[in-house]
Design a protein around this ligand. Structure first.
Ligand code: GLC
Length: 753
């Protein structure tokens, strides 16, 4: 399959211009420059541009010592020979300038390096983990935090981030749920695109524009049984309906790189899957940037049993459409010989190199190799008070109030004695969450510090650890029960440590560790009001003392400002407004669980019959806390559902509105959500599908009518032959405050006449 320059160029320009977002315009002179370079490059120099290695000049996340080049002298030599195109996971302007000088001044062609890194939820100012931040259901806000992260990342000498993670996570046992936006395709699409816009701005040439890399292409979130790096077996339709749209939205938002997943789909590892990386990614989706492998994922094709040896792995990966090999060094080692032997056409190499050089041109590196390498910016734009304030706002908005009998908020002026119990009460080692390795250890604000800073009389706060994260401590429970007995209200800070979530942290159960459960149950028996502050990177199955608490707050891993944000919510300075981006099941055994599940032929209906129904013997297959759920300290009510005309014409639109009222006594925010259900279709459809959401803030007693417009495209699904289509017929519509309940109506889509 030959790819001529014009289609590639029009593709890049087309996708860039068509995006209407990245005002990147590759001038003819840039195209000529790339053409000229390619015409002069040796095969080694071409393979060098296709090689990405861990940055040994400024190591920050010590790479696997068995891979890459840790010897700085040797890495310097490789750069001077033009055998490296990208360095990753180092930060610091001085080190980057040194490496860039070697590439630009010492190598034969002077092609600048790209500096990449995993800025997933912050560099030095750590924001909530992406799953936590997804609880805000607010793309505009997420774009703001991504922008702040990009300012810090580019100030530290990075050009590109391996983010957003655009994987839709369908099983909470999978550790990487924490890195994305949860279980829903629409929420993940909206937030991934918002993160891309926040990272990149509309001008990739800006010094503070951070090139995005939506990852991991594709369907990594569908690994069987939530087993990390596991296999994915899904239909073409589900791939296109659930797992590809967030990438499409990210590309439409301007992302010009992506990363192939470690996992395989239907027996073919993504890293060697030409159908995925070329036919679908470039043919169907029109992607025109370049593709990274994941970390040594090309080398791992041998372990997959898909490549005979490293040489074969390099051949398979480059022919599939992986343009940049990360960390293995296979491309620089084998591509020259593979081309000389004819196993890989030079044209294939040239296409890959052109994609990479076009992106370097698009981000202005050829005109300014010193872009984002300014020590003065580094000294002033990182960990600023403004970023910490935004991180505190993001943290508070990420908190989800799951249940509350009125014990919250605690009025700080009533002089109540508070016992803060649990391993995360004074913990600073687990406030950032995974993928925050640039953050300064121990600099995050713990819960106790946040409360002390917010309480008029902090002597009323007693802190008892009670148990370690995974094990009990001698006398811990006794001390905790005693402290609870002496308090007016108990805060239980329990959950997962950050090393229990993230990459390679799949769990067989999604519960809090037994030692902590024992602590909770013992303290609950003391009979005082209990507020559970959950720390977690996934949905959890909650039981006993946790599930029966007077109030439960989902607090995820909230980043640098954790303690202040939790105090702001617990003491009522901030009204909780988060909504769950993942369903909390009753039991771990229900996973994979997601709200947009199928009806089956024997659904449990409202009449309550459970005999011979699609449920577990001991557990209804519903959620303890459903996707989209989240309470406030005030009370919101929806009424006045209106559909202008329930007949949706084939090429028409339909307006659906409802009135939201703040019935309570405090200002608050609600996320109004619109779901549909296609009652009859040529492929079974989920019982609910999120289609619209709007966050509304209202003063007490105020109302606002929320209006949504739907068209046929909102009713489409992927049917036979992988074609998106809508089918005439009846659709349920709900306007509600979560994925259950809500105001219900029906509309009918009529065929074109
Ligand atoms: C990791 C992850 C990927 C990350 C890359 C570079 O293994 O899978 O998400 O961006 O390596 O650190």
């Amino acid at each position: 399959m030959t790819i001529d320059r014009r289609s590639l160029l029009s593709g890049i320009l087309g996708s860039a211009v068509a995006l209407g977002f990245s005002r990147v315009a590759l001038a003819a002179s840039e195209v000529e420059r790339v053409d000229d370079l390619i015409s002069r490059m040796t095969i080694e120099e071409k393979a060098g541009q296709m090689t990405c290695l861990a940055d040994a000049f400024r190591p920050f996340n010590p790479p696997n010592p068995d891979a890459g080049i840790q010897d700085v002298k040797r890495l310097a030599q490789e750069i001077r020979k033009g055998r490296v195109g990208c360095l990753f996971n180092g930060i610091g302007v001085a080190g980057a300038r040194k490496a860039q000088e070697m590439a630009v001044n010492d190598s034969r062609l002077g092609i600048p390096l790209i500096f990449a890194g995993d800025v997933i939820h912050g560099l030095k100012t750590i924001f909530p983990v992406p799953l936590g931040e997804a609880s805000c259901f607010d793309p505009a806000f997420v774009q703001r935090t991504a922008r702040a992260m990009a300012v810090e990342a580019t100030a530290a000498g990075l050009h590109l981030t391996f983010a957003p993670m655009a994987d839709v996570a369908r099983d909470q046992r999978w550790g990487r749920v924490v890195e994305g936006a949860g279980e829903d395709v629409v929420l993940t699409s909206l937030l991934s695109a918002a993160r891309v816009r926040g990272f990149q701005t509309g001008d990739l040439r800006r010094n503070d524009s951070l090139v995005a890399c939506p990852k991991h292409f594709a369907a990594y979130g569908a690994v069987a049984a939530g087993l990390e790096y596991g296999s994915v077996d899904i239909s073409d339709e589900t791939l296109r309906e659930t797992h590809l749209p967030p990438f499409g939205a990210s590309f439409a938002a301007g992302a010009l790189t992506t990363m192939a997943a470690f996992s395989e789909i239907n027996g073919v590892p993504a890293t060697a899957d030409r159908s995925l990386l070329t036919d679908i990614l470039r043919g169907e989706m029109g992607f025109r940037g370049f593709v990274f492998s994941d970390y040594t994922a090309d080398e791992e094709l041998v372990a997959h049993g898909f490549a005979e040896d490293d040489r074969d792995a390099a051949r398979l990966a480059v022919l599939a459409g992986v343009d940049m090999s990360m960390q293995s060094g296979l491309y620089i080692r084998y591509l020259p010989e593979l081309v000389k032997s004819g196993a890989v056409p030079m044209a294939t190499i040239d296409v890959a190199v052109r994609r990479i050089l076009y992106v370097k041109a698009a981000m202005g590196l050829f005109d300014n190799p010193w872009r984002s390498l300014d020590e003065k910016v580094e000294a002033t734009q990182i960990a600023t008070p403004a970023h910490r304030a935004l991180a505190r706002e993001a943290a508070a908005r990420s908190v989800v109030l799951l249940q509350n009998d009125g014990v919250l908020p605690i009025d700080p002026d009533r002089g109540r004695k508070i016992a803060l119990i649990g391993p995360f009460g004074e913990d600073r080692d687990n406030v950032y969450g995974p993928w925050a390795f640039y953050g300064d250890p121990g600099k995050g604000v713990d819960i106790a510090s946040g409360l002390r800073a917010a309480m008029p009389d902090s002597s009323l706060l007693t802190v008892v650890r009670g148990s370690d994260i995974r094990t009990g401590i001698p006398g811990g429970i006794d001390a905790a029960v005693k402290a609870a007995g002496a308090a007016d209200v108990v805060l239980l800070a329990v959950g997962e440590s950050q090393d229990m979530t993230g990459e390679a942290q799949s769990r067989t159960t999604i519960e809090i560790p037994a030692a902590q459960q024992a602590l909770v149950d013992a303290v609950a028996a003391a009979g005082k009001p209990i507020v559970v502050l959950l720390r977690h990177g996934r949905a959890l199955a909650l039981h006993d003392g946790v599930a029966n608490a007077n109030a439960v707050l989902a607090t995820w891993f909230l980043g640098s400002e954790s303690g202040h944000a939790i105090a702001d919510v617990v003491l009522g300075k901030v009204d909780p407004s988060g909504k769950l981006p993942v369903s909390f099941p009753w039991e771990s055994g229900q996973e994979p669980f997601f709200y947009d599940r199928k009806s089956t032929g024997r659904p449990v209906l409202d009449n309550g019959s459970t005999e011979y129904k699609a449920r577990y013997a001991t557990t209804d297959n519903s959620a303890r806390y459903p996707f989209g759920h989240g309470l406030s300290y005030t009370q919101f009510a929806l009424d006045q559902l209106k559909v202008a005309d329930p007949a949706l014409r084939w090429d028409g639109t339909i307006e659906i509105s409802a009135r939201l009222t703040n019935k309570g006594s405090r200002k608050g925010a609600e996320v109004v959500q619109l779901y549909i259900r296609d009652r009859v279709a040529s492929r079974t459809r989920p019982i609910r599908e999120l289609k619209r959401m709007e966050r509304v803030t209202l003063d007490p007693g105020r109302s606002r009518t929320v209006r949504f417009t739907l068209s046929r495209t909102d009713l489409e699904f992927v049917g036979a032959d992988n074609q998106r289509l809508a089918e005439p017929g009846l659709f349920d519509v709900w306007v509600g405050q979560s994925s259950t309940g809500g105001l219900h109506t029906q509309i009918t889509l009529y065929a074109a006449v």
